[in-house]
Design a protein around this ligand. Structure first.
Ligand code: TGC
Ligand code: FAD
Length: 391
């Protein structure tokens, strides 16, 4: 009889390249030995161990698609698989990788000078330094173009003024990518700057009362007349499309990542209903429960299939803007639905920390919101279909 292919019906994992398979295997192993054992405690106590970045660096999963400066030169598929495996443990850990790789290493690599690349990339890729990406402000979330942070051009550089809010890693960061407009707030004047910890006027404040993504440190950045010289500006940015190129990368990783959360919870729920006896038979023997499992298997595998198609398109330098919004919006939505159903299938036990599901569920509320909330991706897709911007 042929092998039962219920877990990988489209042979996504079976058909990966040998290199991608090896990367996935190594990351999975790292997750099992280094991340899973403490995840419940660290989430409960809001603990993030900064030293973890060095372990990520050793594993080659920071800036993994970059070929030099210490990068592993992995494929976009491998980057997706890394996100998928890490988010099976917790969205916070995936966020750590996404921010460092897509939002800090990527802009320096794409838009920085050779000097900036040599100065920053080796340490960011090895995990010796930690980065953050400051775009959002208290009054500029979905619409970052309404930001109030500005730069003033001076004889030797720039003076930056303003604040950022809800910034992953800001309380522990060494390197800060900060986006700002000119003093007239002209939309097309947006520029990126590299700041670093200890600069006069730069400080951070932790957001302590977060109920979601509790392992990941999040905070504000206060930029009080910070002077930076010309060499701190990302010279090769081209307006908003450069900002969005960072978001494209992060959104792509998230699209794989959330399916990791969904897969983890699906397998926990599957095992639970196979063993839980109610009405004198396993819960899994009921048609309604099997329908849930079939729905989960279907949505996860359809999601993964489109992630893989998008990875191939990226490997071939295609325009993936629409694919990314479809994936970010749909995979988050489907993953939340799946995880909520998993919670339900465990009944009261689904509420217990040790079963992991509630943690994934509340984490996905963040993931649905950041990197373009669900409505925003609907509006991007609507705009691209009709040519009419509704925002
Ligand atoms: P719009 O007029 O649409 O575009 C302005 C310029 O940008 C170009 N563009 C893109 N380029 C590359 N990739 C994309 N996806 C692009 N989308 C647009 C566009 O062609 C244009 O270029 P040009 O040369 O003609 O000037 O811009 P808009 O201001 O109207 O944008 C509206 C909107 C709502 C789509 C945008 O503001 C948006 O995406 N808002 C959501 C904000 C967001 O996602 N923030 C994320 C913050 S970072 C974060 O959350 C990190 S979480 C941590 C983690 O990842 O773990
Ligand atoms: P708002 O923009 O106020 O939106 C609120 C709701 O209104 C959303 O549901 C949205 O979809 C909806 N909405 C908005 N406009 C419209 C419209 N025109 N039509 C219909 N509906 C609309 N940002 C960074 O720059 N860097 C980071 O590292 C970072 N990390 C984060 C970490 C965490 C844990 C969180 C929660 C957020 C993080 N963010 C980060 C910020 C994140 O990108 C923003 O929260 C997100 O862009 C949404 O902005 P907002 O929270 O201000 O919501």
């Amino acid at each position: 009889m042929k092998e039962n292919t219920w877990f990988d019906p489209f042979f996504i994992f079976e058909n990966l390249s040998e290199e991608d398979k090896l990367i996935q295997k190594n990351v999975k192993q790292f997750c099992d030995t280094e991340l899973r054992p403490n995840v419940v405690k660290y989430n409960h106590d809001h603990i993030f161990d900064k030293e973890l970045y060095k372990e990520f660096g050793n594993l080659g999963i920071l800036g993994s698609t970059i070929k030099n400066y210490g990068g592993a030169g992995a494929s976009n598929t491998a980057y997706g698989l890394i996100n998928y495996e890490i988010e099976k443990v917790d969205s916070s850990y995936r966020s750590s990788i996404s921010v460092q790789s897509s939002l800090v290493i990527h802009p320096i690599y794409e838009f920085g000078s050779e000097e900036q690349k040599n100065n920053y990339l080796p340490d960011l890729i090895s995990g010796k330094t930690i980065g953050c990406f400051g775009l959002t402000e208290s009054e500029a979330g979905s619409d970052p173009s309404s930001m109030k942070t500005t730069y003033k051009t001076t004889k030797d550089g720039f003076i930056l003024n303003g604040s950022k809010n809800w910034i992953t890693n800001s309380p522990i960061a060494d390197v800060f990518i900060i986006w700002a407009l000119n003093e007239k707030h002209e939309n097309n004047s947006v520029k990126g700057f590299i700041l670093h910890k200890g600069m006069k006027g730069l400080s951070t404040q932790s957001i302590e009362n977060k109920t979601s993504l509790k392992i990941s440190p999040t905070g504000q950045i206060i930029i009080d007349k910070v002077f930076v010289n010309n060499s701190s500006c990302l010279q090769n940015t081209q307006g908003w499309s450069s900002v969005f190129s960072c978001l494209n990368k992060a959104r792509y990783g998230i699209s794989w990542g959330v399916l990791g959360s969904a897969t983890e919870c699906w397998l926990i729920a599957k095992e639970y209903v196979e063993n839980r006896i109610m009405f004198k038979k396993p819960l899994a023997a009921n048609q309604l429960i099997q329908k849930n499992l079939a729905d989960m298997q279907t949505e996860i595998n359809l999601g993964l299939s489109s992630c893989l198609l998008t990875a191939n398109a990226m490997n071939n330098n295609k325009n993936i803007i629409n694919a990314i919004s479809i994936l970010k919006r749909n995979n988050c939505k489907k993953s939340i639905d799946i995880v909520r159903d998993c919670r339900d299938m465990l009944g009261a036990n689904g509420l217990i920390e040790e079963y992991h599901i509630m943690r994934h569920l509340v984490n996905l509320e963040t993931v649905k919101t950041y990197e373009g909330a669900e409505n925003i991706h609907s509006l991007i897709l609507g705009k691209n279909q009709t040519g009419i911007a509704s925002f």
